[in-house]
Design a protein around this ligand. Structure first.
Ligand code: SAM
Ligand code: SF4
Ligand code: SF4
Length: 419
């Protein structure tokens, strides 16, 4: 008769975290009652140190994960992808919904508190709402924020069910308030649909929905710098934060320094009309520097990756649509989590049925019905994944290269990274 199998993991904290990740997948989780105040106090008292796997060699703790859930998009923005498009991965190379959910729960078990779904355009993934619903179930496990970066074209159709699924924030990309200019910058139509999405979010907010809305606007010289003031003025009576992003170089986007408008230049443009523009204290891990015009409801932010990097407080990791962990947006180091994940499924994509089968094996092993020697199971696989993740995070550079070197760096086009 086989006895219970002792944990194979090298450290017990890790082993406990692993148990949380696998067994609490939907279908296996017991109902978790809301924690009482004394429970919460107890939890704070006994809080574990932040996962070593997600802490890099500069002591940065990565509690924010961006997952790209598709490589496809319904727009073709000039700054994001080459005109001829990008070669897409074969469907079998892309992460399935159970795989995305599995990785999300693994990262949450290690201390990730915020997940952002991005792409490509995440709303074109047909099962984005069920995916959000399942990731939403990670809230009792420590997920605080579930956010989306989207171009807003089809968001208005799915927004209500997303909010029900636990969506807490939307970063909506819009680079112009002029429908003709929209067509030039995105090489497609759709301005009215984007505005419909913005209006619906604002309407839901007035009805009590707790959704943070930020509008992301990439500023390119000769293209849309004259839109800076109208965007700032959107915030006069709308509760929106408009964030101006310095144009960054990525594979195939024909970046030149001359086309980039710096943070300082943007400030000068705004101050020429609103000299009273003033800076507002932000959160430690904010990527943007926040400002306000006194009397305006909205805020103005700047993402200054090129002239004033914020790498020192970086807390972000990315998973690409084809399942690579990318520890830095401006670094081309990637490791495949997908290949490791699929080892127990002969290298094939893990669909729901395969996911249930593997879970059952793991349950049997935990119950002592199978031994470690005969079946590898997910406990072992998770340990391997965490080792790979931990090693990649430890290799993360302190900061990105200088502008000149970044321009030459071979990197994916932004559409295949997920911003
Ligand atoms: N399709 C979604 C969207 O547009 O919001 C999500 C993916 S998109 C790649 C994520 C963000 O990256 C967008 O806010 C977009 O403006 C930004 N982005 C893309 N290329 C960029 C570039 N070259 N420089 C700065 N930001 C860029
Ligand atoms: Fe698509 Fe977003 Fe890239 Fe525009 S920025 S092409 S919407 S992925
Ligand atoms: Fe983080 Fe890399 Fe971006 Fe710097 S460049 S903020 S290290 S992701």
């Amino acid at each position: 008769m086989r006895g219970k199998v002792a944990p194979t993991c090298r450290n017990l904290t890790t082993s406990r975290r692993i148990a949380t990740a696998t067994l609490d997948a939907p279908g296996l989780a017991s109902d978790v009652p809301p924690p009482s105040i004394s429970h919460r106090k107890d939890a704070i008292k006994h809080a574990k140190p932040f996962s070593a796997f997600l802490t890099d060699s500069f002591d940065r703790q990565h509690d924010y994960l961006r997952i790209s859930i598709t490589e496809r998009c319904n727009l073709r923005c000039l700054y994001c992808m080459p005109e001829e498009g990008v070669p897409l991965s074969p469907p079998a190379h892309l992460l399935t919904t159970p795989e995305i959910f599995y990785l999300a729960s693994l990262f949450v078990s290690q201390g990730v508190t915020k997940i952002r779904l991005t792409g490509g355009e995440p709303t074109v993934r047909h099962d984005i709402v069920p995916l959000m619903q399942s990731i939403g179930t990670l809230r009792p496990k420590g997920l605080h924020e579930l956010a989306l970066t989207t171009n807003g074209i089809s968001l208005h159709r799915k927004l209500d069910s997303m909010v029900e699924a636990g969506l807490t924030g939307v970063n909506l990309s819009l680079d112009t308030l002029d429908p003709f200019q929209f067509q030039i910058m995105t090489r497609r139509n759709g301005f009215d649909a984007v505005m419909r999405s913005i209006d619906r979010i604002l309407e839901m907010k007035t009805l009590g929905a707790d959704i943070k809305l930020k509008v992301n606007c990439v500023v390119m010289r000769g293209m849309n710098e004259r839109e800076i003031i109208p965007f700032v003025e959107m915030g006069r009576d709308k509760d929106i934060e408009v964030r101006f992003i310095e144009y960054m170089p990525f594979g195939g986007n024909k970046w030149t320094q001359g086309k980039m408008i710096s943070f300082q230049e943007m400030l000068d443009i705004i101050r020429s009309k609103y000299p009273e523009l003033r800076s507002v204290r932000g959160h430690r891990n904010d990527t943007s520097k926040t400002y306000e015009v006194p009397g305006f409801v909205g805020k103005v932010g700047f993402i200054t990756s090129m002239t004033n990097d914020f790498c020192g407080t970086c807390n972000r990791l990315r998973i690409t649509g084809d399942g690579n962990l990318k520890v830095c947006l401006h670094g081309n180091a990637e490791v495949s989590l997908r290949d490791l994940l699929r080892k127990d499924n002969n290298g094939d994509p893990i669909d729901q049925a395969a996911f249930e089968r593997i879970k059952q094996i793991e349950m049997d092993r935990r119950e002592g019905r199978l031994s470690d020697e005969t079946i590898l199971g997910w406990g072992q696989r998770e340990q391997e994944l965490l080792q790979v993740i931990g090693a990649a995070v430890k290799r993360k550079a302190e900061k990105h290269a200088d502008m000149g070197d970044l321009e030459k760096l071979e990197n994916r086009p932004m559409i295949l990274i997920g911003g």
